[in-house]
Design a protein around this ligand. Structure first.
Ligand code: GLA
Length: 380
């Protein structure tokens, strides 16, 4: 098996917007939109069908069957079509007897199902946690499917989804998975985005190349058009901050909106190459937080992430509903005032050079907003 997921996986997942309402036509149109709206060029490659793609029963041989009404040409034809476009195909199953929407799960069918997925040309498997027999430890169920996938004869990225239970970040890497869901389901509103981001503080060190902390699918661009995860929607400013947090914290970037009909603003957020470069930095280092004291109160939060070329990403975030002061002092990043160095800064949303700054920055940040810089050390 080839090493997979050196950097956080990027793609699209059907669940947030479409729920059970999925079909071959939807996936083909989404693949077309990947090309037309610049997503493929930006690095998004996996198209993942979430729950509800199969019939409610296995066939007489005990195999999973794609719903022929939704997928009249079957899964192999669909994966061939995506591979022909140099995209990758993802499917969903569950560690339990039934999936969360009560379709057949892979419990005690792990090896046979991995074989079926390999035959269908699947490149990615999201593996959920509903309807698990409670006398089975979750750990062993993820180890089982990882073993089955790692030996099925095809490179299949394994996306574990146990919602952060059982301190998953401490054991999932050694199960063989490539990413793990660290929280419950995201909802398309600001409170949900904010609480997911906050819940990951202190767990930064667990994410690293080949196994990434999945903070759940992006809600960027959904504007409350979600079958199950609608929650009022966010503003474009909030979506920009959400995307910046997921980039700074190295989460997989799985789009959840209807990319066929996304706004130009959503497209601009999702394809910001300089933000994506932070997420895809080959060293995969997590950020640290400076000025952590007021995380639970109003105020701004500063993340600093070392990048492979010696530069740093600096993100100043205001997650609250009032404008606030934010600051970063470069000595908190390790730069003594007397060093003779400063940072040459580029604002990655304004896409402009800021100039060389010594010692630090203080600024006012609007509600729900952020500033993200790439900072290069220079002599001053
Ligand atoms: C769970 C997962 C979601 C989605 C649904 C599908 O809730 O956490 O991401 O896959 O199941 O039923």
């Amino acid at each position: 098996m080839m090493p997979l997921a050196k950097t956080p996986p990027m793609g699209w997942n059907s669940w947030n917007t479409f729920g059970w309402n999925i079909s071959e036509g939807l996936i083909k149109e989404t693949a077309q939109a990947f090309e037309d709206r610049g997503l493929k060029a930006a690095g998004y490659e996996y198209l993942v069908l979430d729950d509800c793609w199969s019939l409610r029963q296995r066939n007489a041989d005990g195999k999973l069957v794609a719903d022929p009404e939704k997928f009249p040409n079957g899964m192999k034809a669909l994966s061939d079509c995506l591979h022909g476009r140099e995209l990758k195909f993802g499917l969903y199953s569950c560690a339990g007897v039934l999936t969360c929407a009560e379709y057949p799960g892979s419990f005690e069918h792990e090896f046979a199902d991995a074989q079926t997925f390999a035959e269908w040309g699947v490149d990615f498997l999201k593996y959920d946690y509903c309807n698990r027999p409670l006398n089975h430890d979750g750990k062993i169920l993820y180890r089982r499917m990882a073993m089955a996938l790692r030996n099925c004869g095809r490179d299949i990225l394994f996306s574990a989804c146990n919602w952060g239970h059982h301190e998953v970040e401490k054991w999932i890497r050694s199960s063989g998975a490539h990413m793990w869901r660290s929280t419950g389901d995201i909802v398309d509103n600001w409170e949900s985005v904010k609480s997911i981001a906050k819940s990951q503080i202190g767990k930064e060190c667990h994410g690293a190349p080949y196994c990434h902390n999945d903070m759940d699918m992006l809600v960027v661009g959904m504007r409350d058009n979600g079958t199950f995860v609608g929650g009022g929607g966010c503003t474009d400013e909030q979506y920009r901050t959400h995307f910046s947090l997921w980039c700074m914290m190295n989460s997989p970037l799985m789009i959840g909106c209807d990319v066929r009909n996304m706004s130009d603003e959503a497209q601009a957020i999702l394809t910001n190459a300089e933000l994506i470069a932070l997420n895809q930095d080959p060293e995969g280092r997590q950020p640290y937080v400076t000025r952590h004291w007021d995380w639970d109160d109003a105020g701004a939060h500063t993340f600093v992430k070392p990048l492979h070329d010696g530069s740093y990403a600096i993100g100043l975030f205001n997650l609250d509903d009032m404008s606030t002061k934010a600051s970063v002092q470069f000595w908190d990043m390790g730069l003594p005032v007397a060093s003779g160095y400063g940072f040459k800064l580029r604002d990655l949303w304004a896409r402009e050079e800021v100039g060389v700054v010594k010692e630090g920055m203080n600024m006012q940040i609007d509600a729900y907003s952020c500033k993200v810089y790439r900072a290069e050390l220079v002599k001053v």
